[in-house]
Design a protein around this ligand. Structure first.
Ligand code: HEM
Length: 329
């Protein structure tokens, strides 16, 4: 294997800390983005972009201007920091396919998300397109978060500690398929939740656990959209429960997957509880933000499991061996 020009020193503290700050920043950007949408503040700056009511710094006359302007400022700051971080990681550790894919996913979706965000201000988009926008923001956050996880794992590998990468060498095919299927299902469930929100259907079932007193309210109209959202949550709980059950036999050999799936099941329960609270509150802002806060953790967790079932690249073994030689000199 030609390793000329590759770095064999572990990721620096500065790089890893930048990753943590960028990950938290991406979480905040998404969170405030949801707040922006839920409070109908997306047009808080009028149809202007990048200016806000024709000014660089607007007059903060109402809450919508504050939320929209804060969202734009947070995007400008944290998305820039995340981009610098990913370019830095790419320059230092480009030999790892994980670094290349995660950095490009992160940067790609930051760009797509920014363009869609700007277009959403200037044009009125249909609910199906607006719902797509949400998923792209989550993918950008996950790209940055998983890159940071990977760099920490790399640091552990070079210190000769068994890390998540070493476990990745032998994942059973059935587990890989199950994890990928759960990720795809979750992504579709999230898209559906967002579509329900953009169709203003979240208030269609104002009671819980029954929908307006009915066990089966049918699939038509806004009630149907909301009911499918609830069914999707039940389906997710079953799928994740089965995944955890499937992983019980790998509890010792794959603690990364087992613990990840356990946290995922907890996150799904939290999602259902905050969802019920949201429905009973008739979609109030506080309960809505709680539903979103758990949603992002849930999605980050299932995406982490996907990273852990991807086979470790050949570079990882060379890296561990060479960095060991460097540290023993
Ligand atoms: C575990 C699976 C679940 C996932 C992944 C999920 C995800 C989502 C997402 C992505 C949104 C839209 C956020 C937005 O774009 O504004 C949403 C909204 C909502 N969800 Fe869930 N949710 C889940 C479970 C539930 C459950 C079990 C309930 C109710 C019992 C529920 C009730 C709601 C309500 C009422 C809304 C607000 C819709 C609106 O703004 O009109 N969710 N959910």
């Amino acid at each position: 294997m030609n390793t000329k020009g590759y770095s064999f020193t572990p990721p620096s503290k500065a790089l890893k800390w930048t990753g943590i700050i960028a990950t938290i920043g991406m979480y905040i950007i998404n969170f405030v983005g949801f707040l922006d949408t839920q409070t109908n503040s997306a047009l808080g700056c009028g149809p202007d972009w990048p200016l806000c009511h024709g000014r660089v710094i607007p007059h903060f006359n109402n809450i919508h201007i504050i939320i929209e302007f804060a969202h734009r400022m947070l995007v400008a700051g944290f998305a820039l920091l995340a981009t610098i971080y990913m370019i830095w990681a790419l320059i230092r550790f480009r030999q790892f396919i994980e670094v290349r894919i995660l950095s490009w996913v992160g940067m790609g979706f930051i760009v797509v998300q920014s363009i869609l965000g700007a277009l959403a201000v200037v044009f009125v988009n249909p609910p199906a397109i607006l719902a797509l926008h949400l998923g792209f923001g989550l993918l950008a956050m996950v790209g940055v978060a998983l890159l940071t996880v990977f760099l920490y794992q790399l640091g552990a590998e070079s210190a000769q500690h068994k890390s998540g990468i070493s476990f990745r060498k032998n994942t059973p095919l059935s587990t890989k398929r199950w994890v990928w299927a759960t990720w795809i299902y979750t992504y579709i469930a999230i898209y559906w939740g967002s579509y329900v929100a953009f169709r203003d259907a979240g208030v269609a079932c104002p009671t819980w656990p029954l929908c307006d007193g009915k066990l089966f309210p049918g699939f038509s109209g806004r009630v149907g959209l909301d009911f499918i959202h609830r069914l999707a949550a039940v389906g997710l709980a079953i799928i994740v429960g089965l995944l955890l059950w499937n992983l019980t036999k790998y509890r010792q050999s794959r603690p990364d997957l087992y613990k990840g799936a356990m946290w995922l099941l907890l996150a799904v329960f939290a999602q259902i509880i905050t969802g019920a609270n949201l429905a009973l509150s008739h979609v109030a802002t506080g309960p809505y933000l709680l539903h979103i806060a758990t949603l992002m953790l849930l999605f980050a967790d299932i995406s982490y499991l996907v990273l852990q079932v991807v086979p470790a690249s050949a570079h990882q073994a060379v890296y561990a061996e060479r960095s060991q030689k460097i540290s023993s000199r």
